[in-house]
Design a protein around this ligand. Structure first.
Ligand SMILES: Nc1ncnc2c1ncn2[C@@H]1O[C@H](COP(=O)(O)OP(=O)(O)OP(=O)(O)O)[C@@H](O)[C@H]1O
Length: 281
């Protein structure tokens, strides 16, 4: 980043200790304009977030609190009505090859093979080594041997692996993931979380990952951003101090459970244990 830019001069307290901020969201508000007889709606307001290069940040919050809106704004598809978003010190003014989005619905082209779906972004960038690069990424996401398959011949988890490979193919500085495992069954979802961490461990791409799942948000993250609704805002950012590489048994540790209780308390105003006691009484 360029230290002389105004965004780089944001308060050091908002940055993780010892690391330069890579992605900066500063005092962002996003209002959807009135349309079709519906009034204007402020989806998020006063959002400040700084993400370091190589950091894995998850965003958790109730439905409608503006998680996707925030992600779309970082991607440059939605314009903030106030505030600034910058990547590497450069203001985000629209979509760019430095960011790639992975959606819940996979977004694959059904008529294209796995190989050709992964090549898609590289075609747009006119990369000449796209065939070899796509093969390498297909191997990375564990789909070697499925290059010629079409999306309808794959399971949900496999389709999402293709989506991840396709996003990584453009070598993004930031990978934006909007509930990428939301359409998968619980078991596949856990497997995919582990797979994603393995991929991230190898490439250390900066990730902003939106989820409804508290456990998923903790398991994956260096930091969890907890959002509240009406208007969408950040309630708290929680540093996750759990060892990496993470393995599923970490979920049973007291530390993990303490994070879960803290996030639940923020989201629901009370801890899961407190609610259990109330339910039983
Ligand atoms: N294009 C739009 N026009 C008007 N309002 C919108 C538009 N897109 C989203 N909204 C509203 O903005 C708010 C935030 O929506 P958003 O999809 O960002 O929330 P979310 O936290 O991602 O929700 P979910 O978890 O259910 O996906 C919602 O109240 C939604 O109705």
């Amino acid at each position: 980043m360029t230290p002389q830019t105004p965004l780089a001069a944001s308060p050091p307290a908002a940055t993780r200790a010892g690391a330069a901020s890579h992605l900066t969201v500063r005092d962002v508000a996003i209002t959807y304009p009135a349309h079709a007889g519906k009034p204007a709606y402020t989806a998020v307001d006063g959002v400040d977030l700084q993400v370091d290069a190589g950091e894995f940040v998850t965003v958790v919050g109730p439905s409608g609190c503006g998680k996707s809106t925030l992600l779309l704004a970082i991607d440059g598809l939605v314009k903030p009505s106030r505030g600034e978003i910058a990547l590497g010190g450069k203001a985000v003014t629209g979509p760019g090859p430095d960011r790639a989005m992975v959606f819940q619905e996979f977004g694959l082209l059904p008529w294209r093979s796995v190989q050709r779906n992964v090549e898609l972004g590289m075609e747009l960038n006119k990369r000449s080594d796209r065939e070899a690069k796509a093969r390498e990424l297909i191997r990375l996401v564990g789909l070697e041997g499925f290059e010629r398959h079409h999306p309808h011949e794959l399971s949900g988890g496999m389709r999402q692996r293709v989506g991840i490979a396709r996003a990584l193919a453009v070598d993004p500085d930031v990978l934006l993931m909007d509930e990428p495992f939301g359409a998968l069954d619980a078991q596949t979802r856990e497997i995919m979380a582990e797979e994603l961490l393995k991929i991230w461990d190898q490439r250390r791409t900066t990730v902003v990952f939106v989820t409804h799942g508290i456990d998923e948000s903790i398991y994956l993250a260096d930091r969890v951003v907890v959002m509240g609704a009406k208007p969408g805002r950040i309630l708290e950012t929680i540093e996750i101090d759990l060892p990496r590489p993470r393995t599923p048994d970490v979920r049973a540790t007291p530390e993990f459970q303490a994070y879960r209780a803290r996030i639940s308390a923020l989201l629901f105003g009370q801890t899961i244990d407190e609610r259990r006691v109330q339910d039983l009484s």
